[in-house]
Design a protein around this ligand. Structure first.
Ligand code: FAD
Length: 477
């Protein structure tokens, strides 16, 4: 289903969330038309920017938010809707990288975040189907597959570590997801109690409606930040030539802007979702995880059916073919849930995987008044929510026990360096090797590296408007 209004959405496809929250119900905000001042300027109106605004406004700060397109037009409008402290990367890897104390901070902060979303819903009266539910983690391999036993053994270890971190987890040899009546037998796995789910756009729009009524909050849409400079204050310059002068600024733009050091430490991944009808109550209401690249949850379709929102098939951006992923997800669902009906929505989006698994949230390197939130690692909804507290605490001079784990200026451990080098070789090696000669070689919306007419290679994208041999440079390398 093509997007009716391109500025509402980063993609060509619509996520299932428009089914019950059409764009017409999004609040309107005008573009910025003059120079203004604020205590804090937040760039980006996704869940991170909105959560930070909520916490700061409640602490009495005057907050101005600017958004390049329409509010919620980034990845938050395309998420899967899991709010989880059973993190995608797993605590074993996180502990290896950040020690037990770091893993504890990760568990505590994501638990805080998933509970905070519920508290906010209650406190300002948002009806977004927020509820707590168990997370079922099963092996991605069928029984009998040589990897099944190894994966199940890892899940057992995860459960033991999760329990030491204070999470409510248990392992079950014959675990099955109630309602999984298809053939693949992937029995055996873990249950993480106390996870949560919601309708992400109903939630974010609900918070924005509340913010709109607050005297110390302003928001300007269709207002793109193009550059900033920091002295005793921060000046944020917009594409239309206006300036916001603020004591502090937060870049909640999902992809980090102007910070190539941070970009180098993250892998950009494309990820996919389909919403497939299943009869109401035919499958247990739970979060399902089957390895890193298959997950599911349920959201209402109508009085008869629910949608199973099935996601995964992640791959590195620009280095693998995109086609066929939706069909792969659909087949997976049909093989396991024989009641599955039509696929009504299919969409994709981008996530950022930091090489040491944790998001970068806090003060930017070498800056006194500029903060960032990036590196969602597939758990960007909870990362966004917890960024609200982390950043508000840091701005208020309060110690926060999670701050060092998320510090954007943290030093990578020696064990991460080989992954960093491998990432640099595959990613930047490809960027500097021109692979696009002619626009005819590219599909609309795809890109590559070109040296055409420039001494430096350029990352290029082909837009709808691009004419023959007319590539639009996006980033100069
Ligand atoms: C398909 C998919 C499924 C996912 N499922 C889950 C899930 O189930 N659970 C989970 O926890 N996470 C999930 N994620 C990850 C999660 O959705 C994201 O990490 C999270 O929404 C990012 O929020 P954000 O506020 O940081 O960024 P965004 O929502 O992308 O918001 C950033 C905003 O900044 C604006 N912006 C950018 N540059 C500028 C500029 N120069 N000036 C002004 N504005 C600017 C953008 O237009 C955008 O609106 C999923 C992601 C995808 C793609």
């Amino acid at each position: 289903m093509p997007s009716s209004t391109h500025s509402m959405n980063t993609g060509e496809t619509e996520p299932v969330w428009v089914h019950h929250m059409p764009y017409q119900r999004y609040p309107d905000f005008p573009p910025l038309s003059e120079n203004i001042k604020a205590d804090v300027c937040i760039i980006g109106a996704g869940i991170a920017g909105i959560s930070i605004a909520y916490e700061l406004v409640n602490r009495g700060k005057s907050v101005t938010m600017i958004e390049a397109r329409h509010v919620l037009s980034g990845e938050s409008g395309r998420a899967g809707g899991h709010l989880s402290n059973a993190l995608d990367d797993g605590y074993i890897k996180i502990e290896k990288e950040h020690g037990f104390k770091g893993a504890q901070a990760a568990a505590d902060s994501h638990t805080w975040a998933l509970e905070r979303v519920g508290e906010i819903c209650k406190s300002i009266g948002i009806d977004c189907d927020y509820h707590r539910l168990p997370g079922y983690e099963i092996s991605p391999y069928p029984r009998g597959h040589p990897n099944h036993r190894t994966h199940v053994a890892c899940l057992r270890e995860e459960v033991e570590l999760a329990k030491r971190l204070g999470l409510s987890a248990s392992f079950h040899d014959d675990l099955t997801v109630p309602g999984w009546d298809g053939r693949p037998d992937q029995r055996g796995g873990a249950i993480f109690a106390g996870q949560a789910t919601f309708h992400p756009t109903k939630y974010c729009i609900g918070v924005l409606h509340w913010l709109k009524t607050q005297p110390n909050f302003r928001c300007f849409a269709h207002t793109r930040m193009t550059s900033t400079d920091e002295s005793d204050v921060v000046k944020i310059h917009t594409h239309d030539g206006h300036t916001i002068t603020a004591a502090d600024m937060v870049q909640a733009t999902c992809a980090p802007l102007q910070r190539l050091g941070v970009v180098a430490e993250m892998q950009s991944m494309r990820t996919y979702c389909v919403a497939i009808r299943v009869p109401k109550d035919s499958v247990k209401d739970c979060l399902i995880g089957a390895g890193p690249y298959r997950y599911a949850k349920f959201t209402e379709c109508n009085h008869k059916d629910d949608y199973m929102v099935l996601g995964g098939c992640d791959h590195t951006v620009g280095q693998e073919k995109t086609g066929g992923r939706f069909a792969e997800l659909e087949t997976w669902a049909r093989q396991r849930f024989t009641n599955a009906g039509s696929v009504d929505y299919q969409w994709s989006g981008q996530i950022f995987e930091p090489l040491d698994y944790m998001a970068c949230i806090g003060k930017e390197q070498g800056q006194k008044h500029t903060y960032m939130v990036t590196g969602d690692s597939g758990n960007g909804l909870t990362h966004g929510a917890l960024a609200g507290k982390l950043i508000a605490d840091e701005m208020g001079g309060l110690d926060n026990p999670w701050a060092s784990l998320y510090n954007p200026d943290r030093t990578l451990r020696a064990s991460t360096v080989p992954r960093l080098l491998q990432h640099a070789v595959t990613h930047y090696g490809q960027c500097t090797q021109p692979d696009v000669k002619d626009i005819e070689d590219l599909e609309i919306g795809s890109g590559g590296s070109s040296r055409k007419a420039h001494w430096h290679p350029w990352r290029c994208i082909k837009t709808r408007e691009s004419k023959r041999n007319d590539l639009v440079p996006s980033v100069r390398i």
